[in-house]
Design a protein around this ligand. Structure first.
Ligand code: NAP
Length: 246
């Protein structure tokens, strides 16, 4: 028996990178995972293939977290099929880097829509289910760029800072109903999100990290499972950094 045996966990961006490690960790603890992805079917099938027998408890849906109507319809299906959920991990996120003076409106809006507005839409319907059972855990995957800033990432940093403000407000709204809301803030983690960095940038960024290496998705998943556990009941409105000391 683990904390998560029989629990129903929603993870956005569950098929690659950090989200896949989070989904796999919950599956490994006996949970049912409802995973969302944007549309990369090959990655979704590859992830399912890696899950072995636990794939029986993995339910994948192609659903854009920034599409209000699509998310509302998906939650109706989740309630019909699974009755309720215990945990939501708002992990789906993108980067569209450009210096602000040259940033296209579309690059600004898409990042805010997916990283920030997507978290609002996903959390709104999750809270409605969680309030009925007076229990829940919501975890946002933010970034240290929220407070550090980074040249070329005004849109991304703003979206990640916005997630922290949303998390802190929601935590105050739901605390009385035994629903906690927290953030995990990973530093540089080796995933496809960083695939566009050239070797010189990778070298320079690793030098910035006191641990002198990028983190692994599994190291982020470990922090998420801590916050998602029933025993983390008095941790609310917190940002847990997983950065190698950045
Ligand atoms: P990743 O490897 O690029 O994976 C992104 C995942 O999100 C994929 O499953 C993708 O689905 C899904 N996704 C993208 N847009 C979506 C949408 N509109 N609706 C639903 N799903 C969507 O990214 P990652 O590196 O694992 O990053 C995960 C999260 O951690 C992000 O929020 C990111 O900002 C944050 N983070 C990452 C790092 C890092 O260094 N990697 C550091 C700090 C924070 P498809 O496969 O279908 O495209």
């Amino acid at each position: 028996m683990t904390d998560f045996d029989g629990q129903k966990i929603v993870v956005t961006g569950a098929t690659r990178g950090i989200g896949a490690a989070i989904a796999a960790a919950f599956l490994g603890q006996g949970a049912t995972v409802i995973g969302l992805y944007a549309g990369n079917e090959a990655a979704a099938e590859a992830f399912r293939g890696q899950c072995g027998e636990a794939a029986e408890r993995l339910h994948l849906f192609s659903c854009d977290v920034s599409d209000y109507a699509a998310v509302e319809a998906l939650y109706a299906e989740i309630e019909a099929r699974f009755d309720t959920i215990d945990v939501l991990v708002n992990n789906a996120g993108i980067r569209r880097d450009a210096v602000l003076a040259l940033m296209k409106e579309e690059e600004w809006r898409r990042v805010i829509d997916i990283n920030l507005t997507g978290g609002y839409i996903m959390s709104k319907f999750a809270v409605q289910l969680m309030l009925k059972k007076k229990y829940g855990r919501i975890i946002f995957i933010t970034s240290p760029m929220a407070h550090l800033g980074f040249a070329g990432q005004a849109n991304y940093a703003a979206s990640k800072a916005g997630q922290i403000g949303m998390m802190k407000s929601l935590a105050k709204e739901t605390a009385k109903r035994k629903i906690t809301v927290n953030c995990v803030s990973p530093g540089f983690i080796a995933t496809e999100l960083l695939d566009d960095l050239d070797p010189e940038q990778v070298k320079a960024y690793k030098k910035m990290v006191p641990a002198r290496r990028f983190g692994r998705p599994e190291e982020v998943a470990h922090a998420v499972l801590f916050l998602a556990g029933a025993q983390a009941s008095y941790v609310n409105g917190a940002v847990l950094e997983v950065t190698g000391g950045l």
